[in-house]
Design a protein around this ligand. Structure first.
Ligand SMILES: Nc1ncnc2c1ncn2[C@@H]1O[C@H](COP(=O)(O)OP(=O)(O)OP(=O)(O)O)[C@@H](O)[C@H]1O
Length: 368
């Protein structure tokens, strides 16, 4: 369901902005520091409870203010309307609201407002550590498999307890046993769900990249976080002494990863920077495609400073993928001309906003 309205209060340099949005393409242009990324961050806070750029709350709250508020209205073609609200305050706990009712966590909002963000750090997906790739896969698993979140929370809790015992030095197999059982049980569930979703994802990625030979030769494999063919329960027992020395659990679902290779080499060492960026965009588009196939719903794309990240040919490719997906997109850029050129070329209806010192104004476009 697309976001039809957005109301932002005291968010970084935006004191107040009320936007009526286009159901498909929304472009934001303006000088450096104008507040373009802040608009995408506000949408991210609405859908995830946090910004894609910073986990910390404090930098988001406008200087001199005590809290930020973001409201959004989602409107479906069938006339269904959902209202989301997030208030983040430096003094009290975060408040998440859905259709006027308080909800316990941002996960409830994420189900209604599924988001994919593409920004400069996203392009580190190939070269960065496993955490980003694991979070990338888990986004899709969370959205398409309802069993995922409870298993993930229980595994995280068991891991926390196990690590705290390991660190305390009071370790005996008896003390660890209940947490080993809990961790291993949930880990097997997470592994099966991740593996199943990854298989679908990989098939879809091959289709998406079939006419891009340089990228379609990249192979991706899923690593569950411990040795294949052995149960995690056995591994935890085998690693007992080692984990004790390390003070943490060395194998488990928290070590899962996606391994991207081109021939025998890590893909990041062979692909050019431009190819890497397009490949990361393809991964994110593919996640949206699988999400749509399995749920019948669309996810929303937030894309920060696109013209500085991709050249025009790659921007055109990304725009075509987004159009095929029929997703609502929010894209920022400094120059209006660079930002609009591919959408002009493809004659795509859209809304263009000018952002200037924290104020946001809808502007007429050529075909208005
Ligand atoms: N907590 C805050 N209170 C007030 N102003 C802030 C706060 N945090 C950041 N700012 C300012 O708000 C603006 C936010 O910039 P933002 O990153 O959204 O700009 P942008 O238009 O995306 O710029 P660029 O093109 O450089 O990426 C900056 O000018 C920054 O100095």
């Amino acid at each position: 369901m697309p976001l039809s309205a957005l109301h932002i209060l005291n968010f970084r340099n935006i004191e107040s902005a009320e936007l009526a949005l286009h159901p498909r393409v929304n472009l934001f242009y303006g000088e450096n520091g104008a507040g373009k990324t802040s608009i995408l961050e506000a949408i991210s806070v609405l859908g995830r409870g946090r910004s894609f750029r910073s986990h910390k709350l404090k930098p988001l709250i406008q200087q001199g203010s005590t809290g930020v508020t973001v409201f959004g209205k989602l409107s479906g073609d069938d006339g269904v309307v959902r209202k989301l609200g997030v208030e983040r305050n430096s003094r009290s706990a975060d408040s998440f609201r859905l259709d006027g009712q308080s909800v316990p966590s941002a996960a409830e909002l994420a189900k209604i407002l599924p988001l994919q963000a593409i920004f400069s750090e996203t392009f580190e997906l190939l070269v960065g550590g496993p955490l980003e790739r694991r979070q990338f896969l888990d986004w899709l698993v969370f959205h398409v498999k309802h069993e995922f979140l409870p298993a993930w929370r229980q595994a995280r809790q068991a891991l926390k307890q196990r690590n705290s015992l390991l660190r305390s030095g009071r370790i005996s197999a008896d003390l660890l046993a209940p947490w080993d059982i809990e961790l291993a049980r949930n880990a097997e569930t997470l592994h099966l769900l991740r593996e199943e979703v990854f298989t679908l994802f990989n098939q879809e990625l091959a289709l998406l990249l079939q006419d891009l030979p340089a990228l379609s030769s990249v192979t991706i494999s899923y690593f569950g976080g411990w040795e294949e063919g052995v149960s995690l329960a056995e591994i935890l027992q085998l690693n007992f002494a080692r984990d004790g020395q390390l003070g943490h659990t060395s194998a488990g679902p928290h070590r899962a990863d996606l391994r991207l290779r081109l021939g025998k080499m890590p893909a990041a060492e062979v692909l050019s920077r431009g190819q890497q960026k397009l490949f990361v965009c393809a991964l994110r588009i593919c996640a949206g495609r699988v999400f749509k196939q399995l749920t019948g719903k669309d996810c929303i794309y937030l894309i920060d400073d696109l013209p500085s990240e991709l050249d025009e040919e790659h921007r055109l490719r990304l725009a075509k993928w987004l159009i095929e997906l029929d997703s609502q997109v929010f894209i920022t850029g400094v120059s209006r001309k660079d930002l609009e050129s591919v959408w002009d070329l493809l004659a795509v209806p859209r809304k263009v906003f000018h952002v200037e010192q924290g104020s946001v104004t809808a502007t007429p476009i050529n075909n208005d």
